[in-house]
Write a protein that binds this ligand. Structure first.
Ligand code: KIV
Ligand code: ZN
Length: 508
């Protein structure tokens, strides 16, 4: 097989990242974008761990038709039955069973013998076969397991029907050569390996997740598990965009392809960053803000003469919006719509009208509107869909004389009520947040607040990212505006709406 199966686990392992929880609607939105991206498998969640995960998997399985939808489950018959209930309506459902294989996990965590692990693994795979042939088995902590036991375990689960066998470097411990040898050993020593797809799943604790995944591919693995922007437990998982672009850019080396529509990469990265609240570091390969920026005089000179002197990929091939194309005050609805569609957005008439109105408002405040501004504006519009509370007005007085004061007006649930509040504060943001608290009345603690500008220039849009905590759970909020006090108010309302929606889902 000369194609690598891309298994996306952003919604499962990615969401396990500390502080990265997503609500059901956000998961659905990411799943839709992953479908546009062209991944082969979406691991939609771990349904037995929470009702929210169950519901998200169920909705994704119902709606997303192109990729296979996968659920993770423990190696236990009841968990398999319950997980199946969540995923069964998918067009091509997959059950993914995980059980530890290393002595360190068996001895200290599970307190089970290798014989028991073999038995439990085979029993659950056999049981899952009642539902589907599409079964993946993962030997958790495989890179720290004695290879002979991995061979024995994989042979046994393939014999009873596992169609994909996954070899995780769960704690990011392996070195590329060592991991490659592990995969080579699997092909040599598991007699029935031709009946299953060999998959790998690497964590990034030593910064080697992508290198290990690529080495495994070189040794014959044909499924790779990854997350958008590399988010995930601890230091994260292998970054999907890096693996895909390495395979594409170095097709001379790998001789392989993927199904990924690479022009959707940047948009997917932005969406995941936006909804999880995890910013992408500027020097991040492929999707970082500096990934295609050249600053040294020598490099810029080379770029002007021929871009391939210092650029191994065309930024357009990953969908990076150009910062040179600008719209302005006089641009019409048609030009705006065209630009949106070039950026990969197809909005319905109502959303387009709203986005165009915001564009015109922005054009009054800011001379040149770049693609990055348009993206920020569309993201802001999308955040306001299905809001419980909407920020209608905010007014602030502040300065170095006297106490800052803020007044806000919110539109309450179902657009039926208008709620107003005013407060003093230690600063203008504090005053706004206190005024909002008087209206919304949900106890929480602000744990993080940051502002960044979307583009250069004094008139740039400022994006605010905040995190609040309530009952031990963290909620992220974002807001964008040319006025950072307004962005701050929008970000807080966004976080509160996410908190309220999570509480509602729990109760319902
Ligand atoms: O890291 C790991 O081992 C996992 C498994 C569930 C594949 O996430
Ligand atoms: Zn993992």
């Amino acid at each position: 097989m000369d194609r690598v199966i891309i298994f996306d686990t952003t919604l499962r392992d990615g969401e396990q990242a500390a502080g990265g929880s997503l609500n059901v609607q956000e998961k659905l939105e990411i799943a839709r974008q992953l479908e546009r991206l062209g991944v082969d498998v979406i691991e939609a969640g771990f349904p037995v761990t929470s009702p929210g995960d169950f519901e998200a998997v169920r909705l994704i399985a119902q709606e997303i038709r192109q990729p296979s939808i996968c659920v993770l489950t423990h190696a236990n018959l009841k968990a398999v039955d319950d997980s199946w209930e969540a995923v069964k309506s998918a067009s091509n459902p997959r059950i993914h069973i995980v059980l530890s294989s290393s002595d360190i996990h068996l001895f200290y965590q599970l307190r089970k013998s290798r014989e028991q692990i073999l038995q439990m693994s085979c029993d659950t795979v056999k049981h899952a076969r009642k539902y589907t042939d599409n079964i993946e088995f993962s030997a958790m902590d495989a890179s720290r397991t004695e290879p002979a036991f991995i061979h024995q375990l994989l042979k046994a689960v393939i014999d009873v029907g596992a169609s994909t066998v996954n070899i995780p470097d769960t704690v990011g411990y392996a070195m590329p050569r060592q991991f490659g040898e592990l995969i080579e050993g699997v092909f040599k020593n598991v007699p029935n390996i031709d009946r299953a797809v060999v998959s790998v799943h690497c964590h990034n604790d030593l910064g080697l997740a992508v290198a290990n995944s690529l080495e495994a591919i070189r040794q014959g693995a044909r499924q790779v598990e990854a997350t958008v922007n590399g988010i995930g437990e601890r230091a994260g998982n292998a970054a999907l965009e890096e693996i895909v672009m390495a395979i594409k850019t170095r097709s001379d080396f790998f001789g392989l392809t993927t199904n990924v529509e690479t022009k959707q990469i940047y948009r997917t990265s932005r969406l995941v960053s936006d909804l999880t609240g995890f910013p992408v570091q500027p020097n991040k390969a492929i999707v970082g803000g500096n990934a295609f920026r050249h600053s040294s005089g020598l490099h810029v000179d080379g770029m002007i003469k021929k871009s391939s002197t210092y650029e191994i990929m065309d930024p357009r091939s990953v969908g990076i919006p150009s910062s040179s194309l600008v719209l302005g005050k006089t641009s019409g609805r048609h030009a705006f719509k065209e630009r949106l569609s070039e950026l990969g957005y197809s909005l319905n008439e109502e959303d387009l009208n709203k986005a165009f109105a915001s564009f015109k408002e922005l054009a009054d405040k800011k001379k040149d509107i770049t693609d990055r501004d348009i993206e920020s504006l569309v993201a802001e519009e999308q955040r306001t869909i299905s809001e419980e509370y909407h920020l209608d007005r905010v007014q602030v007085t502040s300065g170095d004389q006297g106490l800052p004061m803020a007044a806000v007006r919110l539109i309450g649930p179902e657009g039926k009520t208008i709620i107003e509040g005013a407060s003093l504060g230690t600063g203008p943001v504090d005053a706004v947040y206190k005024a909002i608290n008087l209206c919304v009345k949900v106890p929480n603690t602000l744990t993080e607040f940051s502002v960044k500008s979307v583009t250069e220039g004094i008139d740039a849009i400022g994006e605010v990212l905040i995190r609040i905590e309530s009952d031990g759970i963290t909620y992220t909020g974002r807001g964008a505006d040319t006025d950072i006090i307004v962005s701050s108010a929008k970000a807080y309302i966004n976080a509160l709406n996410r908190l309220l929606s999570a509480k509602k889902n729990k109760l319902g």
